[in-house]
Design a binder for this molecule. Sequence first.
Ligand code: BG6
Length: 451
Amino acid sequence: MTCPSPLHIDKELILFGASGDLAKEKLYPALFDLFMRDEGVRVTGFGRTAFSHDDFRTLVREAVSAKRAQATPEDIETFSSCFRYYSGTYDRGGMKALSEALRGTPKKSLFFYLAIPSEYGLIEAIIDGLAGNDLLGKTTSLALEKPFGSDLASAKQLNALLARHLDESQIYRLDHYLAKDMVRDLFALRFANPIFDPVWNSRFIRDITIEIWEDEGIRKRAEYYERSGAIRDMLQNHALELLAFTTMDQPKSQDPEDIHHEKIRIFRKLRLFGNEKLENISIGQYDGYRKEPLVASDSLVETRASIRLEIDTPRWRGIPITIASGKKMPKKTTDITVTFRKPEHTLWEASGCALAENRIRINIQPENEIRLRLNSEFSTEKKCAYPADLRFAFADNAYSFKEPYDNALHDFFAKDQGTFLNAQEILLSWKFIDSVLAVIEPKRREILEKY
Ligand code: BG6
């Protein structure tokens, strides 16, 4: 494995926030994985902190060693030689050195990645600095991370800023949940297996639940979290994206536009269940949250939230769909549960046999498995059937999972938009979330539960 020769660089990743947590914890280990699969790129770090090239390479080596225990020092050393670093302020003047370093690299080979706190002013300064130094061409790519705004108005403002300098096809908005292997497998489960489509509707399905639980608290992210809370941090993006993948119609093709089109049809039709208001929402705050450093002692920010909604389409109308997420829960787990209606049939009722509902549970993490509950054990004595789970665990089938950031970076370099979000779906998901927050705000103090 070697670095791409400076004379033949067809992909150059320019990373803003190169010494930040996201870069160290996720991006460098993932870039290392790609490098080991012969998908290496040259990386130019840029940040306000001053580092020499060597200091930066040391930081990269430490980050990879911490996350990839099996990697050899030689591989990590070679990998880190693909990195260089420039420091400066996030403005036109500050990015001069960067633009000089990138002179000669074709625009289509430039991949900018904003691994920085998602603050409008910061993003604006960077985009303006890049444009002012003639670094944004018609074929340059730019990736950025959620959150994309904090409500509909700010998401619109962010979209408008990006659209001033880049075409939609050049913007890669990452929600890392869509880069998880199991979420991609959900696409296969639904659309590569015709047995599911005929029953995937309100006639057969009773309800759907999407739960993203985490055992950790907010770690050191109080500043961000106090402005965000669980609804903005997890439900607006990760949970709604899982919902869209679970409920959307089959796209015409695997082209990103067709996938986006189907997701957008779902987002357009979201509403609180039965149009009821507060009954569909619950929010909570974990014990000890207010004692976390930098958290207000009277904070009303929710660290757990659940919303019962409905998709107002012929396929889904009337079916309650719950999306929920919380921190400091007993276990870290993400599940999509689709519960089917009970059969109405005297064959079982006559013997007093209460059948269980069929249920598919897709565990996105950590087990990476699909369970299908079937009434499969028949007792001739009781004239009843008892449920058992049919379990398919990807891990038992020599299926090798990739980290979400491996997938995301791979797709970014391949200029494949399928994993990324488009401008419109973000606006529509915020529109729904804004309407939910408008219901919560006047009652927040009363309804916030302790847990
Ligand atoms: C991030 C949220 O988007 O996702 C975090 O900001 C959360 O609060 C994280 O902890 C969860 O991601 P994962 O992949 O660990 O489930």
